[in-house]
Structure formats: C-alpha cells, structure tokens
Design a protein around this ligand. Structure first.
Ligand code: SF4
Ligand code: SF4
Length: 387
C-alpha cells in the first residue's frame, strides 16, 4: 500500500480548517456538505488511512463509500494550513487503490471502470459512435502537419448536452481559420478519472494507447475541450513518456480574440457569473483566462458568486462522480451551486468544462431554475458575440 511507504496521511493534524464554512454558504467540501460526517471530509479520510495503515481496521464497503464520494476538487487543500495539503489527493488515490484491491468499491465505480476497460468510455457507448458529434460540422479528422489536435474526451463525445460544447468550440476554431483536426472514432479516453478512481493499471494502459496514437499521427500539440483531460495530459502524461504541448480551449480562444482572429464585436447584453472548473482552477491555478474572455465581450457584465476562484464550490462531478453519482440530490453540490449562482441575479451561468455542463444543467432542471438562469459554455457565449 502506497500509504505505508510514505506516511503522507500523518501530516494531517485534524485542525479542522477543511471543514470550515466559506462566506454565508455551506462548507467548501462537497462530500462533507452532503453527508455532514467526519469520514466525508479530508481530515476523516486521513484518519481512515491511519487506521488502515496501523491495521486497526480493514477496508470495507462503508469506508469505500466515503472514500469514493470525494470529488477531488481540492477545496480542502486550499484551506489546509499543514503539509498535508500537498498529499491529500495522493492519499485519496492510494485509498481507492486499496479499495479496488480489497474488492469493495461501490457498484457505480465498478461499472465505470469496467466500461472504460471494455468499451473505452464510462457508459459502454460504442467506440464507432465516438466521433458522431462532429457529423455535419465541417470538422475533419486530424492530418499530419495540422497545428494541433482538438481532443474532446468521453463526456464531450457522448453526453448530449456536452456535445453542444464540443461542436461550438469546433465552430469557433473553424471560424478563426485554425489548422486542426479530431481523432473521431480513434480517440481514446484520457484516463484522468480512471487514475483518480485508483485504477492505475488501466490508466497506464490508456496513456500507452494515447502515446501510440499521438506517435503514429505525429501529434505534438493538443487543445482539449475538458479541463480534466488538460490536467492529466499536462501533469501526469510526462511521467509516462508522453510529452505533448497541451492547452485548454479557453487559452486558445483568449489568444484568438486578442489576435483579432475572432471578431466578437457584436457582443451580447447579459449579466454573467462564471463557475470555475476545479481542474482548471485549483488543480492548475488558471482563474484569469475565462474571465478575460468574458470581459472582452461587449455588453457582458461579469458578477462573481460568493465562492469563486480559489474558494469556488465544485459541481460535484470530479473524481468520476459525474458518472458514479455519489454526490447527487438536492443537498448535493450541483444543486447548491446553481442556487448560489441564482443569488447573483445573473442571467447566464458560464462554464468551461463538459463535466460542469452535465452536472449543472441537470441541477438547473432539478431546481426548476432553467427559465431563470441559462447555462452556457464560454464557447457558446463567444459564438453568440460574433457578428
Ligand atoms: S486535512 Fe488539513 S485542514 Fe483538514 S484537518 Fe487535516 S491538517 Fe487540518
Ligand atoms: S477534494 Fe473536495 S470533495 Fe474531496 S475532501 Fe477535499 S474538499 Fe472534499
């Protein structure tokens, strides 16, 4: 067990900072907020690691339930004043590896991993339908010599609402005259959630496949739809010998607008609040670029939710929860987040991640707020601002 080697969990002092409230809203931890119980906070998971390492308990289904409810959002590591902030996410991953080894993972997690293993995506959708979202868009397959590969990922490829984001980003890249292509039915899952669910063998297999495909096609630069793919390709892949330049699409849109290659002069009149995706924000310290894009659009009034940037509240979809559903319900993070967005008086809730799109659009329906506040990916807002 990786925990035994490193004793990372011991640097949690149980100071309780990670359970604190942020502003007038609920606590910063999505799983702790939903379950209101110590094992569902970062401190509780450090304690579980301690009792397991010391042999005072064995991993069981109840423990695995609390371990898998973590959205890997890093809100706790922002709050944590101790050395543990640098280890908390590794401890959760190690605990999940242990749960897999013990055969006690929740059924939805088991199905997620099995489906990625057998079908290449969490929902067992056919691989030969992976590129269907691009039909009729004019977006073509990647060719050697293109400036970059547009990597869409599982959620953008198969989730109906997120496919809209995939097409809109593609439409903007075509409009700006970019030289790019997609992998279509040859695209492979990036593996970020697989790694965070603790299935390291499958993650390594996916990275190997990705490496083969990138190598065969001569891909050297990748633009991702999802911050999750951006994160793992940028930070995890190099250790596995895959070294490509990676950008999230928001970086590219910002650059295209600044270079005058995307004309956004039409603008749109709207009050907009932006929901920071954890894998762009807390995992990669990128808070400014999405706001720079929105601020560049004539007519937009940008208003912040009480919890924003470093203290943003996760939609609850990270760490595989968008499919494993361990944080669902009206007291789950997605519903709380759309109620927080509504409090700003914004007419648009802007997102920059297909997982946030999926989670928050479902939550708007649950809360009956669809008529009050519209969910839109930043790319959709940019496209509306183009003449
Ligand atoms: S995880 Fe960090 S903030 Fe939370 S109790 Fe442990 S040391 Fe304190
Ligand atoms: S990563 Fe997020 S969900 Fe997990 S313990 Fe930390 S704050 Fe809670």
């Amino acid at each position: 067990m990786a925990l035994i080697d490193h004793k990372e969990h011991l640097s949690c002092t149980r100071c309780g900072q990670c359970r604190h409230f942020v502003g007038s809203w609920t606590r910063s931890c999505p799983s702790g907020t939903k379950y209101i119980s110590e094992p569902y906070y970062s401190s509780g998971r450090a304690w579980l690691a301690e009792v397991l390492v010391e042999g005072r308990a064995e991993m069981d289904r109840k423990m695995a339930g609390s371990i898998y409810s973590c959205a890997m959002c890093r809100a706790c590591t922002e709050m944590c004043p101790m050395e543990y902030q640098n280890h908390a996410m590794d401890v959760v991953e190690a605990l999940r590896e242990e749960a897999i080894e013990a055969g006690v993972v929740p059924p939805t997690v088991r199905d997620f991993l099995k489906n990625v293993h057998t079908s290449g995506n969490p929902w067992k959708e056919p691989q030969d339908a992976r590129g269907d979202w691009a039909e009729g868009t004019g977006i073509r397959l990647y060719e050697a010599g293109d400036d970059f590969l547009y990597y869409v990922g599982c959620v953008g490829s198969y989730d109906e609402r997120s496919q809209v984001n995939a097409r809109t980003v593609g439409a903007l890249l075509l409009r700006a005259g970019c030289s790019f292509g997609i992998l279509g039915n040859q695209e492979v899952c990036d593996g970020n959630e697989v790694k965070h669910l603790g299935e390291m063998g499958l993650f390594e297999h996916l990275v190997k496949e990705q490496s083969r495909i990138f190598g065969e096609r001569g891909v050297r630069k990748v633009v991702t739809l999802s911050p999750h793919a951006f994160h793992t390709m940028k930070n995890d892949y190099p250790a596995h010998g895959v070294d490509v330049e990676v950008m999230h699409y928001t970086h590219l849109l910002r650059d295209l607008i600044e270079a005058g290659k995307l004309d956004v002069s039409k603008g749109l009149e709207a009050r907009v609040t932006f929901h920071d995706p954890c894998y762009l924000g807390r995992w990669n310290q990128e808070y400014d670029v999405p706001r720079q894009i929105l601020s560049a659009l004539p007519g937009i009034e940008l208003v912040e939710m009480e919890r924003n940037r470093e203290t943003s509240f996760c939609c609850g979809g990270g760490g595989g929860n968008f499919a494993t559903d361990l944080l669902a319900g009206r007291e789950g993070p997605a519903c709380l987040r759309v109620r927080e967005a509504e409090e700003t008086g914004a007419t648009i809730l802007a997102v920059a991640c297909p997982i946030c799109t999926k989670m928050l659009s479902d939550a708007l329906k649950t809360e009956g707020l669809e008529e009050t506040i519209r969910l839109a990916d930043i790319s959709e807002i940019v496209l509306e601002a183009c003449p």
